[in-house]
Design a protein around this ligand. Structure first.
Ligand code: ACM
Length: 610
């Protein structure tokens, strides 16, 4: 059987053409959109879950092309670009699922990369730019350093990239001198015509000196300019997040992302492996969690939401976690695990019974269109399940921080739950936010008692008693305002404002582009046009621990699609993470990125538009 499928945007509508060389009786088109679909013409919607839909089509005769017209159900949503077209579409005929072609171009726009042009004197081809560079004239012909434990991570990175090794027995002797007076991640690299010296505040600083040398060696074809780089990051938290719940990213992709981060001196990987669609970490305490939710599609607990298609997904074993941790540690990157509660927990609730109030008649719907995605804090099982998951996850990761999620509780959460109403009366709670704050506070206290700091998205500060408390670290994502407010309320914050750091946003407003649009579009320039500790709020600066890029996977159907979304925008993030405010301009960033193009080519990592 040969099946054809195409999809395109026509104003607010999506035109799908389905054809077959064989007669099909009552075929069902299964697909997903970014949010709930509606049928305008050509079929009958028989099932919907979040953005997933199943549409019964009329019989299709051999050689006939049937037209189905879809739209987004929400009156404010219309398809903005190709990422908003049906993903993972397939046809079910009788009991058999038949794959369909993608139906449109799934590619992300790539950079048209200008040649690297000579940079102004005083500008080194380095991202992030070093804090200080004093050129002294002349050059050092440089190939390698003599091996030292401090250079192992950078050398391994060079070898993985297929570049010349960074260390060799006949390399320059530049064993780092540790100077505790320098910041732990800081270093001073002096390049002289006859050799070089490295002084560092600690092992991380020496590693960053080696990354700088590797980058300069490649950019200058081994002719390092002489002078002194005095360098240290502005922020201790220089993060990148990856949503591995909506799309299962392979461990190999995660390792490659860690390499990209390392090249740009980022040091925190935020691993988002649980969400409404899946809980991908294999746990001993609840093995069903991963085994029941890792795959989605035909015959699975979860249908093909967010591009799942007939069957897609995977889970991470303990051995996978160990691989990620070892790779990260060698690159001075710490890994922050996240479990998502109380909302974004549809998969958790489906896989483990007892987390919803059976008497709950509420109709609250999550932003992604789930009717049951919030764990109920008035259920006894909740207090067995969540602590067990928290304990096991935190025991697998050396970082003494566990991210508990806590974003986007649906409007009207728990209103229909008699058990929550009883809880509110008992605990003197007035609103859903109070209930959430009460719940998060208990969970954070439990972590604190075990020496683990809670982290959460900005919403965790809500509630009449100040929300999660307990020294939690909050991630300000809708903008910087909630982070500023949380900092003023005494929380430490990481700034990841979507309009500047969400790399799943489209690069442009072009209908032929690719990406989310809820927070506008994110051209490269916008990654620089903000200050993590905003003007007018110097009082909160000490509470801003750093910045983070996020990549959400709702419309990613192949790992490689994420590459050109993440880069080059991650270059702007690296500047914000490392340098003092307002140093690098978009023009300067654009001038340096071409020097990195060969490095990204060596990593086989595509670059999106400049
Ligand atoms: C988020 O983007 N919902 C944290």
């Amino acid at each position: 059987m040969n099946l054809g499928f195409s999809a395109r945007i026509d104003g607010a509508q999506i035109i799908c053409d389905i054809g077959s060389d064989t007669a099909l009786a009552a075929p069902v088109l299964c697909f997903s959109l970014l949010a709930a679909p509606r049928v305008i013409d050509g079929g009958v919607l028989q099932r919907r879950l979040a953005g997933y839909g199943e549409v019964v089509l009329p019989d299709i005769a051999a050689g006939q092309i049937h037209r189905l017209v879809l739209a987004y159900d929400h009156p404010d949503y219309s398809p903005k670009n190709r990422a908003w077209l049906p993903l993972g579409a397939y046809l079910r005929v009788g009991k058999t699922a038949h794959p369909l072609p993608a139906g449109f171009d799934l590619g992300v726009h790539l950079a048209s990369m200008p040649a690297a042009a000579p940079l102004p004197a005083q500008t080194l081809p380095l991202i992030p730019p070093p804090q200080n560079w004093q050129g002294s004239g002349g050059a050092l012909a440089f190939a390698a350093l003599r091996p030292d434990p401090a250079f192992v991570g950078a050398d391994a990175l060079a070898r993985r990239m297929g570049l010349a090794p960074l260390t060799a027995p006949d390399g320059y002797d530049a064993r780092p001198v540790i100077d505790p007076a320098l910041p732990a991640e800081g270093y001073v690299l002096t390049i002289m015509p006859a050799g070089l010296t490295i002084t560092a505040g600690g092992a991380a600083g020496a590693h960053y000196a080696a990354i700088t040398l590797l980058t300069l060696r490649e950019a200058t074809r081994g002719q390092l300019p002489c002078g002194t780089i005095t360098d240290a990051p502005r922020f201790g938290w220089r993060g990148q997040h990856l949503d591995c719940a909506r799309h299962f990213f392979s461990v190999d992709f995660i390792l490659r992302l860690l390499d990209v981060m390392a090249l740009l001196k980022l040091n925190r990987f935020h691993w988002h492996f649980a969400d409404d669609e899946a809980f991908r970490l294999e746990l001993h305490s609840y093995p069903d969690l991963a085994s029941k939710t890792a795959l989605r599609g035909e015959g699975h607990l979860m249908p093909g939401v967010f591009g799942g298609g007939i069957s897609a997904g995977g889970s991470y074993s303990r051995a996978d976690v160990a691989r990620v941790l070892a790779h990260a540690a060698a690159l001075h990157i710490q890994v922050l695990p996240e479990i998502e509660i109380p909302a974004h927990s549809h998969a958790l609730i489906k896989a483990i019974p007892g987390l919803r109030d059976p008497g709950d008649n509420g109709e609250e719907m999550s932003v992604q269109g789930y009717l049951d995605n919030i764990v109920n804090p008035a259920m006894p099982s909740t207090w067995d399940v969540l602590p067990a998951i928290m304990d096991e996850v935190s025991s697998l990761f050396p970082m003494p921080i566990l991210h508990l999620g806590c974003d986007e509780a649906p409007h009207g959460a728990w209103e229909g739950s008699p058990a929550v109403h009883a809880l509110m009366a008992r605990e003197g709670l007035d609103t859903w936010a109070d209930v959430q704050g009460w719940m998060m506070e208990i969970l954070a206290a439990r972590l604190a008692a075990r020496g683990i700091r809670a982290a959460a998205w900005e919403e965790a500060a809500k509630g009449k008693n100040g929300g999660i408390g307990h020294g939690a670290l909050l991630f300000s994502w809708t903008g910087q305002g909630p982070g500023v407010a949380a900092a003023r309320a005494g929380y430490d914050v990481v700034m990841c404002p979507a309009p500047h750091t969400y790399f799943d946003l489209a690069h442009s407003a072009d209908a032929d582009d690719w990406g989310a649009r809820w927070a506008g579009v994110l051209p490269l320039d916008n990654t620089l046009s903000w200050d993590p500790a905003p003007d007018g709020s110097p009082d909160i600066a000490p509470r801003v621990l750093g910045v983070q890029g996020c990549f959400w996977g709702e419309f990613t159907t192949a790992d490689t699609q994420a590459e050109a979304m993440i880069a080059p925008r991650i270059f702007g993030l690296a500047c914000k993470a490392w340098e003092r405010q307002g140093v690098t301009t978009p023009a300067q960033l654009r001038a340096v990125i071409p020097y990195y193009a060969p490095l990204f080519a060596a990593m086989n990592w595509a670059l999106g538009p400049l």
